[in-house]
Design a protein around this ligand. Sequence first.
Ligand code: 6CS
Ligand code: FE
Length: 295
Amino acid sequence: MTTPTDLYPTRGTAEVSVPRKDPVVWGSPDAPGPIPATGLQSYERDGFLAVDQLISDDEVTVCRRELERLVADPEIRADERSIVEPQSKEIRSVFEVHKLSPVFAALVRDERVVGRARQILGSDVYVHQSRINVKPGFGAGGFYWHSDFETWHAEDGLPNMRTVSVSIALTENLDTNGGLMIMPGSHRTFLGCAGATPKDNYKKSLQMQDAGTPSDEALTAMAGDYGIKLFTGKAGSATWFDCNAMHGSGDNITPFPRSNVFIVFNSVENTAVEPFAAPIRRPEFIGARDFTPVI
Ligand code: 6CS
Ligand code: FE
């Protein structure tokens, strides 16, 4: 199979910005599903869609108990799918939770979740990545500014921008405890970053990203053009965002954890090929190679 053309060059010697070549909403505007047409329009415009209550309080309780069970399990802590905070060594993230947990496996298949992904991506979808982010507080680290697609293209080999993420809050996302920030509209420009991908980059990047990080100049220009929106919401709220939206989150020094479950749906028409800008593939628990559609 021939490698598709690299529409989004990145991790070369210089930072380069190119216009997005892909649609944002791949489905038809009147496609059936949980998102109303007005919601699809604002997702197209902004690169995100906030849902005040995606899952009920009772469902949040079940998910939060499941997160706590996973985090407390010594076998999970020893598993390579667990990433710890560099300072405190507390668990920062656990990947592939849709395989580790029947609770999160059911969430992935829930029509309120996968139905929205199919509507946006206009096709069947599979899970490219899932994780819980614990962000326990008292100094838990944030995630510096980045485009997820830049990494998923460079390191996981996703050819086109036909991927959507949902972050479902499992604790209240306050304006103080390191909530998600997105630059509205930034998804329409691809910023190719400077600097080659080191081998085994993921072992560091999941704690603190380096390769694929925009320059201060680029971030200053983008923040000036688009602004920055901070997402707050009660537990059970969710933010759907385009794979190329420039986003990040700050450290959490409050006592209030900012935990979420994060699921990445990719179109079955956009399956991963070889990395476009990395020496080797990342492990499958980060970038899936099982393209079985979610049913
Ligand atoms: O590298 C990745 O795939 C992950 N890193 C971040 C900071 N966001 C996207 C994804 O979870
Ligand atoms: Fe991200």
